[in-house]
Design a protein around this ligand. Sequence first.
Ligand code: ATP
Length: 235
Amino acid sequence: MLRIEGLTAGYSAIPVLNGVSIKVEEGQFVAIVGPNGAGKTTLFKTISGIVRPSAGTITFRHHDLLSIRPAQRAHLGIAHVPEGRQVFPSLTVMENLEMGAMTEAGQRDWKHNIERIFEWLPILAERRGQFAGTLSGGQQQMLAIGRGLAGSPKLLMLDEPSMGLAPTIADFIFERLIEIRRQSNLTILLVEQRVAEALESADHGYVLEAGRVALEGNNQTLRADDRIRKAYLGM
Ligand code: ATP
């Protein structure tokens, strides 16, 4: 579904990603882990079009993504739930969800999508009239995920959904993602600092270090890998 090859990108003269290649199959749950500053957020920004790469290719469902304008990428089925949630604080929960439904498929499938979003994340139904800025961090994260789902994506990219949340709330979010994926045909690409949880939730993982893929494999292989156990799992 998503094929990234030899991706090199950065900010003006500062290189961040250096020849990154990543493959995500339809329906797969893929985690990208690695230390702060490794370039995980930059990778997502390059996929959604906020950052323009200097080399490499990105193919999404047979489209050459880099020749497609960022706004059009959402219509192709890519939803980016950014780091730090970034909900619209002075809009209500429902209005935030409506903002996520601006894609063609989101408009068409609104009724069906909103029912499923409320089923998967019932707190959003309870709080539908509340201003997003008054929600707790965990609720805002659920709203950000709901807003992503409202666009009827084929690929949901989540940048550190557990950031700043208490462990029990973070666990709830991971559990919801697994359930959403089980009940839909959604492909999920997750960036996470909580490596243990990310590798438990995903089927496949990549370790990004200093702008390069240092390691990749299915979740069992990675969880058994000595380097991962020492560097990321504290064993
Ligand atoms: P984190 O978990 O801390 O967000 P990350 O792996 O997502 O880490 P990035 O956010 O992609 O890493 O950042 C990679 C590098 O690029 C860092 O050194 C960071 O300081 C730098 N960087 C990020 N955004 C910008 C920007 N807008 N301008 C210049 N440098 C940036």
